[in-house]
Design a protein around this ligand. Structure first.
Ligand code: HEM
Length: 453
């Protein structure tokens, strides 16, 4: 049986394997540098072996043909447009593992993936697509938490194994994406621009715009129309400090709503083995981004709240009240309870919110077991949603029952934003009922309800 991995051990002493790199650009040089640091020997294949620019020390340079013959594994670090000449090297590359690291400048530029094209040019070689999602910088500096993964695909299992061994030795985690037909998807990866942030960002912009105009009309323009009073200065702090927490609370509930929907769907279907609808899958996949954006909005709310006492408008009103009443106003115990309660619950909610945000960072979540992660993100997540919702209910206090709260027959923003979190919390409470919880746990452990038909 052919073996591509000639990295042999003699006791503990490694006999250094020779790897070949075609291409002396940034990526080729960085890769060579890392391979040398890891203990491999490196030979570059070049059109001009004697004048190919600066290369890592200890690397050899040869013609393409000679370099290809000397190693079993060849990294192709050249642009696809220059692949044609490789066809002439087909005899030297026969039976070798070719690692295609190339990318394109835009999607769908060619009908087939670069790796498939390479395989077509040299049918006798075993092409593996790998390392293309890493930058030259990441290769040179070694893996960090953000770029630990190397995706690979190819048709030959042994060839993929040989590339996996090299990637693992370089400190990366290998994710096998299957046959070479997955190469197109891998080549599109680096061209994507924050794909999983797109929906949450759109939602955040949409909600912010909606509540901004809703509150602008309701709280500022309405006062101008009714009382001819210009309070437009309130846009900067008062309005912002309404819009941001409202959007934050809605987005936080949107993080937990798909989980609740999924649980009810499993209960309804009586099995966990049926796929969720695509929209639910996509929604669940962007929960982390939804949560992080929601945390950002909550953070803004807290910063705006901190500056309330130093605002000119607030200081002016305080001194005006003291002068007009000319005595210490009477102490209102109910008001003290109300404000202290909603501040305190808000602070608790924000503390847990921060914990959720921190534990969603890969460097932290990687250090947690699945049970710990799901405890924080699910159990504490719902407690956070409860605290933030309760904070808003306490802020509203008895205003829910006052007719004067409903200007122009419209509810204030905080009442509107309470609808979704309240629904999520009630549904979650239903799921926690012992009889429901028991059925759901059984379904999640693999039990299936058999339908009479
Ligand atoms: C309102 C304080 C955390 C959601 C308020 C207000 C204050 C406040 C003073 C009244 C603002 C005003 O009069 O315009 C705090 C403090 C927090 C905190 C001290 C933590 C350190 C949170 C968190 C959320 C939240 C984590 C959840 C997203 C809200 C909402 C309102 C509000 C929805 C009603 C906004 C409106 O007037 O329409 N909070 N809060 N708060 N807070 Fe917080």
């Amino acid at each position: 049986r052919e073996c591509f991995c000639s990295f042999t051990t003699t006791g503990d002493i490694l006999t250094q394997e020779l790897l070949c790199i075609f291409g002396t650009g940034d990526l080729g040089r960085s890769l060579g540098q890392r391979l040398l640091q890891t203990g491999y020997r490196v030979v570059y294949g070049s059109r001009r072996p004697h004048s190919c620019g600066p290369l890592p020390e200890r690397a050899q340079v040869m013609s393409h043909a000679a370099a290809a013959q000397s190693a079993n594994l060849v990294f192709i670090c050249i642009h696809r447009e220059n692949y044609d000449f490789l066809e002439t090297l087909a005899p030297e590359l026969k039976g070798k593992v070719l690692v295609d690291v190339s990318n394109n400048v835009e999607k769908n530029l060619y009908p087939e993936a670069n790796a498939e094209y390479l395989q077509r040019l040299i049918p006798g070689a075993h092409v593996v697509k790998a390392f293309n999602t890493l930058s030259a910088w990441a290769l040179q500096n070694g893996p960090s938490d953000a770029n630990r993964q190397v995706y690979l695909c190819g048709n030959n299992a042994e060839a993929k194994q040989a590339v996996s061994v090299v990637a693992t030795k370089l400190g990366f985690t290998v994710l096998d994406r299957g046959s070479v037909s997955a190469a197109k998807e891998l080549e599109d990866f680096p061209l994507q621009l924050f794909p999983e942030w797109r929906l949450p960002l759109r939602l955040a912009v949409g909600l912010t715009a909606f509540f901004f105009f809703y509150l602008l009309i309701r709280d500022i323009i309405s006062v101008y129309i009714k009382e001819k009073k210009d309070i437009s200065f309130r846009i900067m702090v008062s309005l912002a400090n309404k819009v941001f927490p409202i959007v934050s609370l809605i987005m936080l509930s949107l993080c937990y709503l798909p989980g609740v929907i999924a649980a009810f769907l499993q209960l309804y279907r009586g099995t966990k083995y049926k796929r969720f609808p695509d929209w639910l899958d996509r929604w669940m996949l962007c929960r982390k981004q939804l949560g992080l954006l929601a945390l950002g909005f909550a953070f803004l709310h807290v910063l705006y709240t901190l500056i309330i006492p130093i605002r000119y408008y607030v200081r002016f009103r305080l001194s005006a009240i003291t002068v007009s009443e000319n005595r210490t106003p009477e102490f209102d115990t109910t008001m003290a309870w109300r404000t202290d309660s909603y501040y305190s619950v808000g602070i608790l909610g924000f503390g847990l919110y921060l914990l959720l945000g921190i534990t969603s960072l890969p460097s932290v979540s990687n250090a947690l077991s699945w049970r710990e992660f799901s405890f924080i993100q699910s159990k504490l997540g719902h407690v956070t949603l409860f605290f933030c919702t309760f904070h808003t209910y306490l802020y509203g206090w008895d205003k829910f029952l006052r007719a004067s709260s409903y200007k122009w027959y419209t509810p204030p923003g905080y009442m509107l934003c309470l609808v979704l979190p309240s629904v999520v919390l009630v549904l979650k409470l239903l799921l926690l009922l012992p009889c429901v919880d028991r059925s759901l746990t059984r379904i999640r452990q693999g039990w299936e309800r058999t339908n009479p038909d």
